[in-house]
Design a protein around this ligand. Structure first.
Ligand code: ADE
Ligand code: ZN
Length: 348
């Protein structure tokens, strides 16, 4: 495992180090960054009715018991998005928050089927999001790219139709993922469409082992041939799977506050992030749907470290893992790794 040295940072300086260290975010659903204020502003400008009378009332509905209870509200929130400017503004708001958290690289999920089903054209979605990513490079110093996700509660045929609609924009996204309701929708359901995406040279990732069993993680690896697993926290239930993930250096994009809010773990102190790191897995920390789960990147780091007692060495490992697990080239990975080491050196 990559390790330059043992970092010695005073405990009281750890929160500032967590905030300041450069990091990559690899698991963020852009529709999950839509804050209630923006939902209301877009509903008003697009004349879309929403069943809440105020920002406060909407926010108070964010009490979830599992993944599905969240998804129902998340898809309703996304219904206010109509124009290319809406998609650009949503992504821009996220990228500004990412920059404030010292996220220097982001690989951003989007759910086109949530929008195309409402009659919004694929071009409006992708062009709007892509514009924000392009602008962020110079204006915010954040390097961002897009990953198109297929909704697993829909059919593989619908995933193929989505891919077809996205073909004119192939240069504007770097990969595909699989999200939405996990239980009852195993990875195998999407074997053919992932094989086609692989032929097209797209990167492949999939949500697996968030609520679903280790068997879904195996299938994502062996059937879909994904390069990263999104969540994957159920993998600790299967020793052979843990060995496979460690040996093949398959990254897990872990989302602690999401896991807490969706009741995957009863308390943050019981989260298994330390176990994943101790087993030598390439685990990373991410925000998933920050507007719904109570925090962006730094909040995920700060709350998780406070609850689990992780230290500076873990912080360095998680940030380094985030760059190693990303889809950037080796030279850029090296530059980010050097920037990370310089930041830590300044804290010793
Ligand atoms: N879509 C948005 N957030 C998700 C999550 N945590 N799991 C599956 N699908 C999602
Ligand atoms: Zn997710």
């Amino acid at each position: 495992m990559a390790k330059t040295k043992d970092w010695n940072v005073a405990a009281e300086r750890l929160p500032e180090l967590l905030r300041r260290m450069p990091k990559a975010e690899l698991h963020i659903h852009i529709e999950g960054s839509l804050e209630p204020e923006l939902i209301f502003a877009m509903a008003a400008r697009n004349r879309v009715a929403i069943p809440y009378s105020s920002v406060e009332e909407l926010r108070s509905a964010y009490a979830f018991s599992n993944l599905q209870s969240f998804l129902d509200i998340y898809y309703a929130g996304a219904s206010v998005l109509q124009t290319e400017a809406d998609f650009r503004d949503m992504a821009w708001a996220y990228l500004e928050r990412a920059a404030a958290d010292n996220v220097v690289h982001a690989e951003i999920f989007f759910d086109p089927q949530t929008h195309t089903v409402r009659g919004v054209d694929m071009g409006i979605v992708i062009n709007g999001l892509h514009r924000a990513c392009t602008e962020a490079r110079d204006a915010l110093g954040v390097d961002a790219s897009l990953i198109l996700c297929f909704l697993r509660h829909l059919s593989e045929q619908e995933a193929f139709e989505t891919l077809e609609a996205a073909m004119p924009y192939l240069g504007k996204f770097i990969g595909v993922g699989l999200d939405s309701s996990e239980l009852g929708h195993p990875p195998e359901k999407f074997a053919k469409v992932f094989a086609r995406c692989r032929e097209l040279g797209l990167h492949l990732v999939a949500h697996a082992g968030e609520e679903g069993p280790p068997a879904y993680v195996w299938a994502a690896l062996d059937v879909l041939k994904v390069e990263r697993i999104d969540h994957g926290v159920q993998s600790t239930k299967d020793t052979a799977l843990m060995k496979r993930l460690a040996q093949d250096r398959i990254p897990l994009t872990v989302c602690p506050l999401s896991n807490l809010k969706l009741c995957v773990f009863p308390q943050l102190a019981q989260h298994n992030l330390r176990e994943l790191l101790d087993a030598g897995l390439v685990a990373t920390v991410n925000s998933d749907d920050p507007a719904y789960f109570g925090g962006y990147m730094n909040e995920n780091f700060l709350q998780t470290f406070a609850a689990t007692g992780l230290g500076a060495q873990h912080a360095w490992q998680l940030a380094r893992n985030s760059f190693d697990a990303s889809f950037i080239d080796a030279a850029q990975k090296r530059r980010y790794a050097d920037l990370l080491d310089a930041t830590f050196a300044a804290f010793e």
